[in-house]
Design a binder for this molecule. Structure first.
Ligand SMILES: Cc1cc2nc3c(=O)[nH]c(=O)nc-3n(C[C@H](O)[C@H](O)[C@H](O)COP(=O)(O)OP(=O)(O)OC[C@H]3O[C@@H](n4cnc5c(N)ncnc54)[C@H](O)[C@@H]3O)c2cc1C
Length: 350
């Protein structure tokens, strides 16, 4: 799987935190509140911005004098000749989504970090069942296009929206279905016609496809319902892949009552020992001490805040980014990392 690393030596791989300016090549109206942004990847950045279907980029823009950082998944497929594109739905009152929809025009520049994320296809022939809700269709569309173009896998899409006007990519999905030779089936659920989808209906939509790989992306309450439906069908959670666009409720970490008193943080070439308050994450601790480490989603989804754990132990509340090997090598998502040992030393510069 392609990962956003830079090679520092023959043995050390470090995930790249850097932002790169990308030019907007085109802006496409998808629905009344959603636009796609086609981005030009200059030849010098092509290798760094190579991506796998389902991944996202972290974008940064100065909006009203404030630096705003948000993640957006690629709706394009890297395997079908699509230009590199992300699709952004307005969130009422939201800073970045409204700024992008209102302001970002062809010829403008936006900064982006190289692609990241583990919401990607596994190398297997098993069927795919995707449950998408609203803007959650973006990575799912990329995954579907890619699976249809590069595998023989069957795909069932359940796509929930408030009403017919909210269905993003309605025509593109219909074209994919029509050209799939029967491999893609699509079930549109519209709340305006049938109310919210419930767990029983989800379980019924899964039917006998319990051995499929399941891809879920949508609003939090929708995903809870889908997960309950999959539980009813006895689907193995190891087959369920979830991309969360929103912050989950912070859950207390069992067994995290450590005696940690301070944390040593290396950032921008400086090493500081800062006081630790019980229940805080490493990111909270650093920010409370007036440091400015990189962070974005604060939900364990984007990887912007990752750092190297040089000494000590931590527990991550959520980790939707790092694989087992990366965790073993010492990488942690500091927005989710609660210290569980007396001494903890983290390095953001590594
Ligand atoms: C991995 C990942 C991939 C994603 N991919 C996509 C994608 O492909 N397409 C897409 O459209 N989105 C995607 N998202 C979501 C996206 O990153 C943003 O979260 C979303 O666009 C909202 O950002 P915003 O700046 O517009 O809203 P924000 O400014 O973050 O506001 C979000 C909400 O919080 C409320 N709010 C903000 N500040 C306050 C406050 N002080 N008090 C009370 N309420 C407040 C706002 O009113 C709004 O309702 C993705 C997220 C992740 C983590």
């Amino acid at each position: 799987m392609q990962k956003p690393y830079i090679v520092l030596s023959s043995t050390v791989l470090v995930r790249e935190h850097g932002f790169h300016p990308l030019i907007v090549a085109d802006v496409i109206d998808e629905t009344a509140d959603t636009r796609s942004f086609v981005l030009e990847i200059p030849p010098a950045l092509e290798a760094r911005f190579a991506y796998v279907a389902g991944q996202f980029c972290t974008f940064r823009a100065a909006i009203g004098g404030e630096q705003i950082v948000r993640c957006y998944s690629m709706s394009s497929s890297p395997q079908t000749g699509d230009p590199f594109a992300v699709t952004v739905k307005r969130v009422p009152g939201g800073k970045m989504s409204n700024w992008m929809n209102d302001t970002l025009a062809p010829g403008d520049t936006i900064e982006a970090m190289p692609p990241a994320g583990l919401f990607v296809l596994r190398a297997t022939d098993t069927a795919i069942v995707a449950f998408a809700g609203g803007s959650g269709i973006t990575p799912v569309l990329s995954i579907m296009k890619t699976a249809l173009a590069t595998t023989a896998r069957e795909i069932a899409l359940v796509y929930a929206n408030r009403g017919p006007g909210s269905v993003i990519f309605a025509d593109a999905i219909e074209r994919l279905r029509a050209g799939s030779g029967g491999r893609l089936s699509v079930h549109h659920h519209l709340d305006s016609e049938r109310g919210f989808l419930d767990a029983v209906a989800c379980a019924a939509l899964v039917g006998d496809r319990t051995q499929a790989d399941f891809y879920l992306c949508g609003p939090g309450p929708y995903m809870k319902v889908v997960q309950a439906g999959l539980d009813q069908r006895g689907v193995d959670p190891g087959r369920v892949f979830i991309e969360r666009f929103e912050l989950p409720d912070a859950a207390p970490v069992a067994g995290a009552e450590s005696a940690t008193e301070s944390i040593t943080i290396r950032l921008e070439g400086r090493r500081r020992r800062v006081r630790y308050e019980a229940g805080d994450t490493i990111l909270d601790t650093a920010r409370r001490a007036g440091l400015s480490p990189p962070f974005n989603c604060q939900a364990g989804n984007c990887g912007t805040c990752m750092a190297y754990l040089q000494e000590g132990r931590v527990t991550m509340r959520v980790n939707n980014v790092l694989d087992t090997d990366e965790v073993k090598r010492g990488w942690v998502l500091t927005c989710q990392a609660i210290p569980t040992s007396r001494e903890v030393v983290v390095d953001y510069d590594r």
